[in-house]
Design a protein around this ligand. Structure first.
Ligand SMILES: *[C@@H]1O[C@H](CO)[C@@H](O)[C@H](O)[C@H]1NC(C)=O
Ligand SMILES: *[C@@H]1O[C@H](CO)[C@@H](O)[C@H](O)[C@H]1NC(C)=O
Ligand SMILES: *[C@@H]1O[C@H](CO)[C@@H](O)[C@H](O)[C@H]1NC(C)=O
Ligand SMILES: *[C@@H]1O[C@H](CO)[C@@H](O)[C@H](O)[C@H]1NC(C)=O
Ligand SMILES: *[C@@H]1O[C@H](CO)[C@@H](O)[C@H](O)[C@H]1NC(C)=O
Ligand SMILES: *[C@@H]1O[C@H](CO)[C@@H](O)[C@H](O)[C@H]1NC(C)=O
Ligand SMILES: *[C@@H]1O[C@H](CO)[C@@H](O)[C@H](O)[C@H]1NC(C)=O
Ligand SMILES: *[C@@H]1O[C@H](CO)[C@@H](O)[C@H](O)[C@H]1NC(C)=O
Length: 351
């Protein structure tokens, strides 16, 4: 009887000791994060971009890019050359991570070579994975906020198409604004709770029934000081893995930073509409007034789009009239939810 009691007490004591040890370890981790402070996400960098960031810039473009997307990066560089960016008081950095084991089409030496030639790669010491995108996203913001002398950060994905001149014009317009965070604002998005969904999220990962409003990670603009605040706060919030929701939604809600929605006619939510808009420029000499759209898996679309814009300017393209709106002209475009894979649902799309 005695023996049994002693045993039970010993067991309880042991559990308590383990618990104390573990939680103090967590405490320890947190303290380390605080000390690390402003370099949590850029401690283990494999490749740094050539330092063009200390010059006083209007904006820096951060492009999240899967390490194997060599052709997409090439398309971005051809569509918007470093010289053209410089003429707009801008610069660009591609955000990469380590090559995952299953990737057979690229070697680390090729990444080194690419960086040697272009000097525009920031490669983190973690492995490429869509569940590591939050880390990549924060690495970019922290790099920019620590090392770049810039007013704004434009964050884009490598598989979107955007109009650089219009982006620049927009930057000039907002130049004097402080604490800005503007993009495509998504409201009342629900966490996916079915296991088949790519964006399936467990109760443990996110327990609330609805996400806070956030900005699509496709393309958003952020004042540099906001990037600083976000990357300082992020280590305390458990790194929810859907990056744009975590960075522009969860953290901004906590920090009480207001989100803004880009003007109407800035976005084309569907690739098919961009395809139409491009065709109209080429065949009918009608201007494509939209600034951002997804590339629908066509790597060269960003080049074609920017080429067509130049030609259109030379041809003196006409402005789209009311009877030529894209949803009247584009018969191919299908009703579906945007931001692929059910990541978000947008109701009442009006074009
Ligand atoms: C940014 O560059 C401008 C002009 O070169 C300089 O006056 C300013 O101090 C720089 N700011 C930072 C934070 O380095
Ligand atoms: C570049 O942008 C910075 C920050 O907005 C600004 O202070 C500077 O005057 C700009 N330089 C040029 C050449 O426009
Ligand atoms: C970047 O720096 C490396 C080493 O200093 C140099 O060899 C390379 O030419 C630079 N690239 C650019 C684009 O400036
Ligand atoms: C994220 O990166 C870490 C560090 O390299 C790696 O251990 C982990 O496997 C990656 N996550 C996934 C889901 O691959
Ligand atoms: C989300 O809400 C904001 C106002 O809070 C609004 O301006 C914006 O248009 C909404 N976004 C969408 C996609 O409807
Ligand atoms: C973009 O801006 C540059 C510099 O101002 C100009 O040369 C070019 O023609 C513009 N392109 C378009 C399509 O507006
Ligand atoms: C372009 O077209 C507009 C009318 O659509 C006209 O007023 C303008 O003069 C034209 N410009 C050139 C350079 O042809
Ligand atoms: C579209 O409207 C314009 C005037 O806004 C008119 O000149 C043109 O003929 C119309 N086109 C068609 C196909 O109805």
């Amino acid at each position: 009887m005695r023996k049994k009691q002693t045993f039970v007490i010993a067991l309880i004591l042991l559990s308590v000791i383990i618990w104390v040890y573990k939680s103090s370890n967590k405490e320890y981790d947190n303290i380390m994060n605080v000390i690390a402070g402003n370099n949590h996400y850029i401690r283990k960098i494999i490749i740094k971009p050539n330092e063009t960031c200390n010059l006083n810039r209007l904006f820096i473009i951060l492009v999240t890019s899967y390490v194997g997307h060599v052709e997409l990066r090439s398309a971005h560089r051809r569509a918007m050359s470093a010289e053209r960016l410089k003429s707009m008081n801008a610069t660009r950095i591609f955000l990469l991570a380590k090559i995952p084991r299953k990737e057979k089409y690229i070697t680390q030496n090729a990444v080194y070579d690419e960086s040697e030639i272009f000097g525009d790669i920031l490669q983190g010491g973690f492995t490429e994975d869509y569940r590591n995108l939050t880390y990549k996203h924060l690495m970019g913001l922290q790099w920019a906020s620590n090392f770049c002398n810039t007013s704004f950060i434009l964050k884009v994905d490598d598989d979107i198409v955007f109009n650089l001149n219009q982006t620049y014009n927009f930057m000039l317009k907002i130049r004097h604004e402080k604490n800005l965070l503007i993009g495509y604002m998504l409201n009342n998005t629900l966490p996916r709770r079915s296991k088949q969904n790519k964006w399936y999220v467990t109760q443990k990962e996110y327990s609330r029934n609805v996400y806070p409003s956030y900005l699509s990670g496709w393309y958003y603009i952020m004042s540099k000081n906001i990037a600083f605040l976000i990357t300082q706060e992020a280590p305390y919030h458990g790194q929810f893995w859907i990056d744009d929701i975590f960075v522009t939604g969860i953290l901004t809600e906590f920090l009480d930073i207001k989100l803004k929605h880009l003007p109407k006619d800035y976005w084309l939510e569907y690739y098919e509409l961009l395809e139409c808009c491009l065709k109209d420029m080429v065949m009918k000499s009608i201007q494509c007034e939209y600034v951002v759209a997804p590339n629908g898996g066509r790597n060269e679309l960003i080049v074609e789009f920017n080429d067509a814009l130049e030609k259109c300017k030379r041809k003196n393209c006409t402005v789209r009239s009311d009877n030529q709106t894209l949803n009247k002209v584009c018969i191919n475009y299908r009703e579906r939810t945007i931001f692929g894979d059910g990541k978000a649902v947008i109701q009442n799309i009006k074009l």
